[in-house]
Design a protein around this ligand. Structure first.
Ligand code: PGA
Length: 246
């Protein structure tokens, strides 16, 4: 079994003083190594400083988004190559906050995932349904359609991860039931194999949405849950470490 991936998504949080939290995670892992692969995705302004702070540690650095093009006249955007140059090894693409707040479509997300691969980064491609879609019984159909549209053709084995993030569970303090998570991950696995062949069989499927120290162990032991994408609880070393150790 491959090691689960626990990735922290700091979103638009974190100043220079918060590098101490990332350093505390790295120090703890140096003392007692984790079974999981660990990554932190800070805001772009902290990437270079965090790369320095985490140099030689077991914590990988990730971006939160990238542009599909390697460079050009795209004010305010950051390319996958720039993330790699700043020390990142992964990048989140298609987070629901990008899809909703920045109008990102499946096709745009697929282009970003391709860009990540081009730059040597491991994309974490996010999908997830709204509360209304779940209530209407459309959750599985919606997320499988997002996978088909957001995973580019030709992904290689071991090169990407998928994250199931029900939008209504993000920052909400409540999660789907274990049965709902298992059903979603099983459907996503099928969809992944359909669109990515053997690469889709091995790509980890992370769960994201209100993962906390007190529910992490329960969620991480579920079938086809290959890790977690953690927002709020990744900001403090103590909470994030408790999830990593789960
Ligand atoms: P949350 O966010 O853990 O704060 O719910 C997860 C995410 O949006 O990646």
């Amino acid at each position: 079994m491959t090691a689960p991936l626990i990735a922290g998504n700091w979103k638009m949080n974190g100043l220079g003083k918060d590098l101490a939290e990332a350093r505390a995670v790295a120090d703890s892992l140096a003392e007692t190594p984790a079974r999981a692969r660990v990554a932190i995705c800070p805001p772009a302004t902290l990437l270079a400083r965090m790369a320095e702070a985490l140099a030689g540690s077991a914590v990988a650095l990730g971006g939160q988004d990238c542009h599909a093009e390697p460079s050009g006249a795209f004010t305010g955007d950051i390319s996958a190559e720039m993330l790699a140059d700043a020390g990142a090894r992964l990048v989140i693409v298609g987070h629901s906050e990008r899809r909703a707040g920045h109008g990102e479509t499946d096709a745009m997300v697929a282009a970003k995932a391709s860009a990540a691969t081009r730059a040597g980064l491991e994309p974490i491609v996010c999908v997830g349904e709204t509360r209304a879609q779940r209530d209407a019984g459309q959750a599985l159909e919606v997320i499988c359609r997002q996978v088909a549209g957001s995973i580019p053709a030709g992904m290689a084995e071991g090169s990407f991860a998928l994250a199931y993030e029900p939008i209504w569970a993000i920052g909400a303090g409540s999660t789907p039931t274990s049965d709902e998570i298992v059903a979603a991950h099983a459907a996503l696995r099928e969809a992944l194999v359909e669109c990515a062949g053997s690469a889709g069989r091995t790509a980890p499927i992370l769960y994201g949405g209100s993962v906390k120290p007190d529910n992490a162990a329960e969620i991480l032991k579920l079938a086809e849950v290959g890790g977690a994408l953690v927002g709020g609880a990744s900001l403090r070393a103590a909470d994030f470490l408790a999830i990593i150790r789960a």
